[in-house]
Write a protein that binds this ligand. Structure first.
Ligand code: PLP
Length: 407
């Protein structure tokens, strides 16, 4: 009798987006004439930069000719892309990362989900709360947690991100092996300073732990004193893996391209205390289970590193950050405590009431959809997430409607 992986039975169905969809459809039924504006979405709305489209077309044409056709590429990604990433995203900011430490993939979701495979089945995991759900759920699937009780999985260490700590959690009070950090953060929009990040790197070094640093939103950082990469911090090469994505940076959510950095000097240990390079382990996993991203997609991603590409990406970021600034200003003017939105495309609003109650009120009174913070974890209760990824016109229209609500 074939048996299932019973750890899957511990997973909580993610009701967040289906609940939101249900409430929207009930509202639409009751008010067929009312317009709904979605400021809950985590997906982008602007098309790909034109340089990417041109590079894409050229690469597709190459695939059509015998002389330039390409079959399987290197599993880790083509050198033309990895070298530009290493030089421009890291070395240009003083971070010592080389092309052979970069692994191109089809998404930071897959990478943040798959990375746990190279660590021990009994590794102790620390995740932030609120949290991008992939970090916790993939460890549940791998059997590293107990059951879900009272809003949390047993045997996971939750790191509270609250208004009191500026949404940057304190160091764990117990030894942990793997620490997930995400800055700029989804959903809170919080960022971390170099000094704060250094305390995490030092903690990981002292405890022989590894930090899994999700920097999917680094391009949204406006304050140049903030770290875009954990490798800007001394010692991080020994204890950190970093995830990056072209999704939000350059509109690749539907095109799919991302990368993970695993430095050769980042180590973990076997049961006899022997040291192993995580780069080699991830390379083994990657080459066994993955055949990289298609050639045209890698050429499209490469295009953002040209001067023209950089300018077009900057325009995209500026577009969304203008939305973020307007949302922040308006919600603050309405008397709400607001975090995020300055170096991130998410605005985290203290609704001063239950997350879902606030969601329902915004929908019913303004026809605006947000994301209830409670859906991201216990510490998200009382907050809502507003995303800056809709069009400028829609954001303006939504805010006008919100302004007319009597809170
Ligand atoms: N990491 C975080 C924190 C995210 O919010 C998202 C997407 O919303 C991802 C990773 C996924 O990125 P990708 O589209 O590259 O899979």
């Amino acid at each position: 009798m074939v048996r299932i992986n019973e750890h899957y039975l511990k997973l909580q169905a993610s009701y967040l987006f289906s609940d939101i969809a249900k409430r929207i459809s009930a509202f639409q039924k009751a008010h067929p004439d009312r317009e709904i504006i979605r400021l809950g979405i985590g997906d982008v709305t602007r098309p790909l930069p034109y340089v990417c489209i041109e590079a894409f077309h050229r690469a597709v044409d190459e695939m059509a000719r015998e002389s330039t056709f390409r079959g399987y590429g290197p599993e880790q990604g083509y050198a033309f892309l990895r070298e530009k990433i290493a030089a421009q995203d890291f070395q240009a900011r003083g971070a010592d990362i080389s092309a052979d430490e970069i692994f191109v993939s089809d998404g930071a979701k897959c990478d943040t989900g798959n990375i746990q495979e190279i660590f021990a089945a009994d590794a102790k995991i620390a995740v932030p709360d609120p949290v991008y759900p992939v970090y916790a759920d993939t460890n549940v699937m791998a059997g590293r947690t107990g059951v879900f009780a009272d809003g949390r999985y047993e045997n996971l260490v939750y790191m509270d991100s609250t208004k009191e700590n500026g949404f940057v959690p304190s160091l764990p009070q117990q030894p942990v092996d793997l620490i997930y950090l995400c800055f700029p953060n989804n959903p809170t929009g919080a960022t971390i300073t170099k000094a704060q990040l250094k305390t995490w790197v030092d903690f990981a070094r002292e405890n022989k732990a590894v930090i899994l640093f999700d920097a999917a939103y680094e391009r949204f950082i406006q304050d140049d004193s903030l770290p875009r990469s954990i490798y800007e911090i001394e010692g991080a090469r020994e204890v950190a893996i970093e995830f990056r994505s072209f999704s939000k940076t350059a509109g690749f959510t539907g095109t799919r391209c991302a990368y993970t950095v695993v430095p050769e000097t980042c180590m973990a240990y076997d049961s006899s205390g022997g040291k192993h390079s995580l780069r080699n382990l991830w390379n083994r996993r990657h080459t066994t289970k993955f055949n990289s991203v298609s050639y045209p997609v890698q050429r499209a991603a490469e295009a953002i590193y040209s001067d023209e590409g950089k300018a077009q990406v900057q325009d995209l970021i500026d577009y969304y950050m203008k939305n973020a600034a307007v949302i922040r200003e308006e919600m603050t003017a309405l008397g709400f405590d607001v975090a995020g939105g300055e170096n991130a495309p998410y605005i985290w609003v203290d609704g001063k009431t239950d997350s879902w109650k606030f969601f329902d009120m915004l929908l019913e009174k303004a026809g605006v959809v947000c994301t209830p913070g409670a859906g991201f974890g216990k510490c998200g209760e009382g907050f809502i997430r507003i995303s800056a990824f809709n069009t400028f016109e829609n954001v303006r229209k939504a805010l006008k409607k919100i302004r007319e609500v009597k809170f």
